[in-house]
Structure formats: structure tokens, C-alpha cells
Design a protein around this ligand. Structure first.
Ligand SMILES: Nc1ncnc2c1ncn2[C@@H]1O[C@H](COP(=O)(O)OP(=O)(O)O)[C@@H](O)[C@H]1O
Ligand SMILES: [Mg+2]
Length: 450
């Protein structure tokens, strides 16, 4: 039987098929499926593949050897520093600050006597030097190389015997043996797999930069995520100066931590107190604004929710939301109409989470409902009040996780009153200086605000 000599791979999502298709069945993109030859591998004799499994209890373990990067926010996201011999992928939109972040950690790594090799396929050593000057990086342990050929990169890594290798970016690396174009899924996958062998074989820590495409996936997309030990995404709003670093996958720590940075002329600065940062310039004594406490990972974060409810003479009132799920907002409006008697049918309703944050946590519900009601009645909510809780379809306020932690964060920033789901009072905690009110449904919530 004739064997297939080529396969067809989608350049967007990496989907493979044996015949050409106009539309990718996996991601739905048109015209992205390209032919790629399959390298025929020899089967071998099978003699060298005799391996013995090991007994679990005979395997000795040692705690991973970690190096602090000097950026506390990054170290926390990594679960306590960079693990030696690990492969890390840093993804994000072009221009978000990936190269800046990685160049910044070189200084501290260099101070700890680690040799670093920074391989860039996008910028010349001069450009990187200019950035390094701006970021005040002057370590002697850092070497730069402008190269895109994988064989040359491998030779350089062998020759330099560096402890850390940074590849900026994987999309520019190409392997001569692979016939498809640089940046294609096959190239990226093969290059990463080669880097993985280098990394695991020699105990070198490799950090790979991957640009994210328009639809938000790492180009040559998800194909890299399963190969690497840690996947970090760098995100942020184009208009805001803060950046969020999120671990999507981590073989050496949790995945729900976030790091918050601010992009400045001297590079990325850690924001160690993001709640205070988010609440800067907050208006007081106006209706339609309230502070809530959400959890990002294990970290409580205070943010401001704003709403504007304005009369409309159109039959179809407008509903809009920025920073949270639109459908969630429509549900909350329906709940407010039905369970709390607010006549929102002839009002446009806008909801905004300030600072360009995007929050998916349902504990936001109570604050959104309170902000809408406040704007509708034109009654300001006291500026020292924090509200959180999930709202169900019957209008009930449901308990949220780690209520005590959220209230403590509010107390730390000087808030005096917390309105929380009554079910959370069962945790039986009290925080000095904060009055805690438990409410069990939306009507009680709105009553507590009067
Ligand atoms: N001279 C400068 N002063 C202040 N900020 C700058 C300067 N140059 C670049 N930046 C910031 O750095 C960002 C580019 O960061 P970079 O690390 O090159 O991104 P990436 O590697 O993710 O594409 C720019 O979007 C800009 O915000
Ligand atoms: Mg860059």
C-alpha cells in the first residue's frame, strides 16, 4: 500500500489532516491548510530501545533548584523563581513588553553568577544594547546573538555553556531540515522540540518568547503549550500602562497567580499594591460607582465598578459592558427588574470595569447590581463600602470563596463597611475596623445601601 508522503497542517491551530481542505475543521479558518512533507524515519532494530521501568519508591527526589529573577511579581507567578533546567514560554501580543521583561531579569541572574545567552531573531545586538541602556542593564554575564538558524543557535549554546538561554522569538527561528516556511507550525514545533532536548539534556534553562496572533492564541498556536514546562501570558490594555502576567500552565507551581507590572520609560516596574493602584483617581459622592474585591488566583484585588443608567425614548434600550461578560450583565438587569422591582426597560444601561481590567469571577455580580441600582436611583454608595457576592437567578446572594481574605484586603486599604453574602457569615470571622453586613438577596442588598 502506498504510504502518504505529505500531510496537511493548519497554520493557525496546527490541526493535521491527510487531505487538503479549504476550511480547517478545528479552528474554522479558511485557506490556512498547507501541504507539508512527512520526514520518513527508519524503524531501527529495536535493540537499543530496551528500557526498564523504575519502582516509584526507588526514585530519589530533590527539591528543584530555583533562582530568583529579581522581579517579585514574576517570581510569584513562577511559584518561587525560575527552576533550573526548565523550558518556559512567554506569550503575548507584539509590543506588550516580553523582550523588556526578559532583558530585565538578566541583570539579577547575572549578579548571581549565571551565564545568560540572549538570542534574538528580531533585533540586532545594537538595538538590544540601546534597550539595555534604557533599562540600566549592565551585567557582564550577558551575551547577545542575532541569529535565526537553529543549527547555528545550537552550536552557540554548546559553545557558550550558558545557564540561561533566551530565544526571542520562536517565530523567527527556522530549521534547514524542515522544508516549510519560518514561522509555520511545523517549524515552530520542530524548533521547540529541539530546544527541549537541549534544555533537558544539558540542564540549561530555556525561555522562549512566542507572539500571540490576532485571535489570542500563540501563533503556531497551542502546539507549544504541551511541550514546555511553564506557559506565561503577558497581557494588558493598549491604553493602560499596567501589564498582567498570568501562568497558564506550570509544572512547578500553581497556575492561578498573577503578577502586575507597570510599563515605564525605565522598563517594567512591579506594582506590589495593585488594589491601591486600581483605585487611584476614584470619584466619590457620585452615583453609579462602587468598589468590589475579586480574587485573581489567591490574591485579592480591589477594583472599581461603574454603571450609567440613562433614560431612552427608543423601544430597545441599549446594554453595554466593558471588562465583564455582556450576557452576565443582561442577566443581572433581568434579576434587578424581576426581584427588586427596578424598571430598567426604558433605560440604557452601561457597565464598566475601570482600568481596562477583564474579570470573569462571578463574585462581581453584587457590585454590578449595586452600581446599576445606584445610578438608576441617582443615589451614591458611600465611598468606604466594598460589595461582593454572586447573584443567582432567583435573586439570592450566593457565598464566594475566601470572603475573609477579601474583607482583610478592603480593611487594609481603609474601607469601613463590607456588604457580603449572608452565607459567608458562617465562616465567623471579624476584621478590626470593618463593619460586615450579610445580605441574602438583591432586595436586601439594595435596602442595605439606602
Ligand atoms: N523609549 C521608550 N520609553 C518608554 N517605553 C518604551 C520605549 N521603548 C519602548 N517602550 C515600551 O516598550 C514596549 C515594547 O516592549 P517590547 O519588550 O519590545 O515588546 P515585545 O517584545 O513584547 O514585542 C512598547 O510598547 C513601549 O510601551
Ligand atoms: Mg520583542
Amino acid at each position: 500500500m502506498a504510504r502518504a508522503r505529505s500531510r496537511y497542517v493548519c497554520s493557525e491551530c496546527g490541526y493535521e489532516t491527510v487531505k487538503w481542505l479549504g476550511k480547517c475543521p478545528s479552528c474554522g479558518c479558511f485557506g490556512t491548510i498547507n501541504e507539508e512533507p512527512v520526514a520518513v524515519k527508519s524503524r531501527g532494530t529495536g535493540l537499543s530501545s530496551q528500557v526498564m521501568p523504575q519502582r516509584l519508591n526507588e526514585i530519589t527526589t530533590q527539591t528543584e533548584d530555583r533562582t530568583l529573577t529579581g522581579l517579585k511579581e514574576l517570581d510569584r507567578v513562577l511559584g518561587g523563581g525560575l527552576v533550573s533546567g526548565s523550558l518556559t514560554l512567554v506569550g503575548g501580543y507584539p509590543g506588550i513588553g516580553k523582550s523588556t521583561l526578559l532583558l530585565q531579569i538578566c541583570q539579577r541572574l547575572g549578579e548571581q553568577g549565571k551565564k545568560i545567552l540572549y538570542i534574538s531573531g528580531e533585533e540586532s545586538p545594537r538595538q538590544i544594547k540601546m534597550r539595555a541602556d534604557r533599562l540600566k542593564i549592565h551585567t557582564d554575564m550577558l551575551k547577545l546573538l542575532s541569529e535565526t538558524n537553529m543549527t547555528a543557535i545550537e552550536n552557540a549554546i554548546n559553545h557558550e555553556a550558558a545557564d540561561y538561554v533566551i530565544i526571542d522569538s520562536i517565530q523567527t527561528v527556522y530549521m534547514e531540515e524542515v522544508t516549510s516556511a519560518p514561522g509555520s507550525v511545523t517549524q515552530i514545533r520542530e524548533a521547540t522540540s529541539r530546544l527541549m532536548h537541549i534544555c533537558k539534556g544539558r540542564g540549561i534553562s530555556v525561555i522562549i518568547v512566542g507572539h500571540v496572533t490576532k485571535d489570542g492564541s500563540i501563533a503556531g498556536p497551542r502546539v507549544l503549550e504541551h511541550m514546555v514546562d511553564t506557559v506565561l501570558y503577558f497581557e494588558g490594555d493598549k491604553t493602560a500602562s499596567y501589564r498582567l502576567l498570568r501562568a497558564v500552565k506550570n509544572r512547578f507551581g500553581g497556575t492561578n497567580e498573577i503578577g502586575v507590572f507597570e510599563m515605564t520609560g525605565e522598563g517594567l516596574k512591579e506594582i506590589l499594591n495593585p488594589s491601591a493602584y486600581m483605585l487611584n483617581d476614584r470619584p466619590t459622592d457620585v452615583s453609579g460607582t462602587v468598589v468590589t474585591c475579586t480574587l485573581e488566583g489567591t490574591r485579592p484585588l480591589l477594583i472599581e465598578i461603574q454603571s450609567l443608567v440613562s433614560f431612552t425614548s427608543f423601544n430597545m434600550p441599549r446594554r453595554m459592558s466593558t471588562g465583564m461578560d455582556f450576557n452576565r450583565v443582561t442577566i443581572l438587569i433581568a434579576v434587578l427588574e424581576k426581584r427588586a422591582g427596578l424598571q430598567l426597560g426604558s433605560y440604557d444601561t452601561y457597565v464598566n470595569i475601570t482600568g481596562g481590567m477583564r474579570i470573569t469571577e462571578p463574585s462581581l455580580d453584587a457590585a454590578v447590581a449595586a452600581a446599576i441600582a445606584s445610578s438608576y436611583r441617582d443615589m451614591p454608595i458611600p465611598a468606604d463600602t466594598v460589595i461582593f457576592g454572586e447573584i443567582g437567578l432567583t435573586g439570592e446572594l450566593r457565598a464566594v470563596s475566601m470572603a475573609e481574605k477579601r474583607v482583610s484586603e478592603a480593611a487594609r486599604l481603609g474601607f469601613k463597611h463590607c456588604i457580603i453574602p449572608r452565607a459567608n457569615l458562617r465562616d465567623n470571622f471579624s476584621i478590626k475596623g470593618v463593619k460586615i453586613t450579610g445580605v441574602s438577596n438583591v432586595s436586601e442588598l439594595l435596602y442595605a445601601l439606602q
